[in-house]
Design a protein. Structure first.
Length: 740
């Protein structure tokens, strides 16, 4: 027993006050011998004895009342076992739900073992314990919102919930999961906490090199209100070899394509196992329909290969393309790769030209139109399109009469000095997802460009502009273009000198860009053979901007006469146009967006995530569109959005959230990593999930009882008053009774 206000115990001698009063009352009576009374003594002896018993009872009650009030003021705490309740443990079961938990073992998967072990752990808990379950994915989430006291109903509900769980395609952020479990508010009755982590033991997701972060977790555990221990059980046999050929990702230079335009999809495959793989087949399909088959040569351990596949889409719309390894290994969940591609019949473009630039003849814009497949009709009155691009040519001073959001990309073909209003229009257009191509020529004004478009790095233009260099009339002096590396999708095709003549492009005059810093976020697309920047790209908001140092015509270079000109124009415009359509291939956590024209009545949509029940979405209305948004697409996999489900106007749109390719690496934690996690984070790798470290004592829970003491005080007072009243009435009755 312990006391919160032990100073009041100094008042315990007051308990003796009723005893002293009782003894004093007995001593103050003086006995006088009177011979005439001797005949009455025998009749009163029995009555006196009864009165003495009443006095003793009253003395004891009064002493106990004083004892109760003094003890209550001292606020005693007693062990909870004295009331028949055991010391409670707050148990947090952390279950790894990552892709690697799908690994096939001799019997079932690692995830099956985790669920079985979790059920066994529930059976080991007893009266007074509380339990909750945390699912460790790329964002840990609670399966149970709060700690539940263990009983038959609680365990049955948890077992049912555990039976419905499945591993995901995500990476388990085990660091965040342990931190979240340690930071959770414990149950009010708990005297200790055990965090039991069930995982396969793969090193990816543990952040074993983040020593400082794990030290912070250990500090958090040490500061918890109750003693806490983190026990980790690795469910996969680390000595067992495995095979795993994974599809790391599907790639394409364009996720926006034209109908019937052939494009290339590339599958990146890696042998993640310790042994070589056999030759296999890779099956391709689109929206469930087979497309073809590619062969996979044997791969050594750790070797990667890229397998291309040519495809074209015959109808406009959004399509999901998949490839699947025709074979089995220990981790089949990563044998599939997905990619969403949108096909369109027309790509609307806007070309802004100077006032004195004529469309026909040798004007700057005429070369651009020719590259886009626009040919002059017989009567020279209108253009005929022979490609998916649909350009509109206008003077830059007509911009106020146009709606920029109607175009996927805008080209400034040697536009002269811009006004602040025009610059603001272009900036808003880019930041909302538009693409802008700035081709600088003789009429470009460097001061206006730097002030309005660059704005010291805060504007939409990539780089600062300096005065032009070179002589357009001196064809003997020129800069050549250095073939670009195949690192950027906008220049992937341009560096192929076997088929294209990019290295024969001669630049006689050009504007000069100031070199950006290493951390500027600017991508250089083209450089000269002397290292000067010829074209650079910048992201601004949701859109993209490409600025090049020369016009798109023949005035400063021979670019339009080279074979590389048409592919460059097409690739750059495809690249700039892509943000104008909704993004279908996402990283975990990126918002899922879909918009359509406003109909006669408000639409609704159902979103089917990779795991779980469909989610109902309602649109946000704008002036012209209704937009469906979902901001919790953290789980990798395929999502399907169905707009107006069941109606004649039903529209289905696929989305894909990319998974982390490194999650396919099943390499387990080694001994040094175990030691680091144990030392820095205080983790214990053990088979006994409910065990505590040797020497660690669990604080015994104590309960306050001063409310009980106050109740006893009141009870004693009431009983004392009743007995005192009864005794007094009886004494008066004795005195009043007649004697014979």
């Amino acid at each position: 027993m312990s006391f919160l206000s032990g100073i009041f115990l100094w008042a315990l001698p007051l308990v003796a006050v009723p005893l002293l009063i009782h003894l004093f009352n007995r001593r103050r009576r003086e006995v006088v011998q009177w011979g005439a009374m001797q005949f009455l003594s025998d009749s009163l002896t029995k009555k006196r004895r009864i009165m003495r018993v009443d006095d003793l009872i009253l003395m004891v009650l009064r002493a106990l009342a004083i004892l109760m009030i003094v003890a209550a003021l001292a606020q005693p705490m007693v062990q909870s076992q004295w009331f028949g309740s055991a010391a409670g443990r707050d148990v947090v079961i952390v279950i790894d739900t990552s892709l690697s938990m799908s690994r096939e073992l001799d019997q079932g998967t690692v995830f099956d073992r985790a669920i079985e072990r979790a059920n066994n752990l529930l059976a080991e808990l007893g009266e007074g314990d509380s339990v909750r379950v945390l699912l460790a994915g790329n964002r840990p989430r609670w399966l149970t919102s709060s700690a539940a006291v263990v009983d038959s109903g609680t365990t049955d509900q948890l077992r049912h919930a555990l039976s419905e769980l499945e591993p995901t395609l995500a990476t388990a952020d085990l660091f965040s999961a342990v931190q979240m479990a340690a930071d959770a508010v414990p149950a009010s009755s708990a005297t200790s906490r055990t965090i039991a982590v069930l995982t396969d033991g793969s090193r990816h997701g543990w952040q074993s090199d983040a020593t400082a972060a794990w030290t912070g977790v250990e500090r958090l555990i040490e500061q918890t209100a109750i003693p806490t221990v983190v026990n980790v059980l690795e469910l996969a046999n680390v000595d067992t070899e495995w095979t795993n050929l994974s599809v790391d990702q599907l790639q394409t230079s364009r996720k926006l394509v034209g109908v019937d335009d052939e494009f290339t999809v590339r599958a990146v495959l890696t042998n993640r196992g310790p042994q070589p793989t056999a030759a296999m087949l890779l099956k391709w399909e689109s929206d469930g329909e087979p497309l073809g088959v590619s062969s996979i040569d044997p791969l050594e351990s750790g070797q990667s290969v890229t397998i291309p596949f040519q495809h074209e889409i015959e109808e406009a719309g959004v399509s999901s393309i998949q490839c699947r390894i025709d074979g089995s290994d220990n981790l089949n969940a990563d044998n599939v790769g997905s990619l969403v591609v949108e096909a369109v019949e027309r790509v609307p473009l806007l070309i802004l030209r100077p006032e004195d630039d004529e469309i026909n003849g040798r004007s700057e814009s005429s070369y651009l139109l020719a590259a886009l497949g626009q040919v002059q009709s017989i009567d020279d009155d209108e253009q005929q399109a022979i490609s998916v691009f649909q350009p509109t040519v206008a003077r830059f001073d007509e911009l106020d009469t146009l709606t920029l959001s109607d175009y996927y990309a805008v080209v400034l073909a040697d536009v002269p000095k811009l006004s602040e209003e025009t610059t603001e229009q272009l900036s808003d257009y880019v930041r909302s997802g538009g693409g802008l191509w700035i081709a600088l020529g003789e009429q470009a004004d460097a001061e206006t460009y730097n002030t309005l478009l660059h704005q010291e790095g805060q504007g939409i233009a990539p780089l600062l502009l300096e005065e032009p260099t070179g002589d357009a009339n001196d064809r003997d002096k020129f800069d050549l273009v250095h073939p670009p590396e195949a690192e950027h999708v906008a220049t992937e095709l341009l560096g192929d000198t076997q088929r294209l003549d990019v290295d024969e492009v001669k630049i006689y005059r050009r504007h000069q860009f100031r070199n950006p810093g290493s951390d500027s976020g600017i991508s250089v697309l083209l450089r000269s053979d002397r290292g000067a920047i010829l074209a650079a790209e910048k992201y601004s908001g949701a859109g993209r901007v490409i600025a090049q140092c020369m016009p798109v015509g023949l005035s400063w270079s021979n670019l339009p006469l080279c074979q590389v000109y048409v592919p460059m124009v097409h690739e750059w415009l495809w690249y700039l146009s892509e943000p104008a359509v909704a993004k279908r291939n996402l990283q975990p956590g990126e918002p899922l967006l879909f918009s359509q024209d406003v109909g006669q009545k408000e639409s609704k949509a159902l979103l089917q995530p990779p795991v779980g029940e469909p989610i109902e979405l309602l649109p946000e209305l704008t002036d012209r569109h209704e937009v469906f948004e979902y901001h919790r697409a953290f789980l990798p996999g395929n999502y399907l959005l169905t707009v107006n489900p069941g109606a004649n106007s039903e529209v289905q749109v696929p989305f894909h959230v990319q998974r982390d390719a490194a999650e396919s690496d099943l390499t387990p934690l080694d001994e040094p990593q175990h030691a680091l996690l144990a030392q820095a984070g205080g983790l214990r790798f053990t088979e006994e999930l409910l065990s505590v470290p040797a020497g660690q004592t669990v604080e015994i829970r104590r309960e306050p009882i001063w409310s009980l003491l106050l109740t006893a005080f009141l009870l004693f007072i009431v009983v004392e008053m009743l007995i005192s009243a009864w005794s007094t009435n009886r004494r008066y009755a004795y005195r009043a009774a007649p004697t014979v």
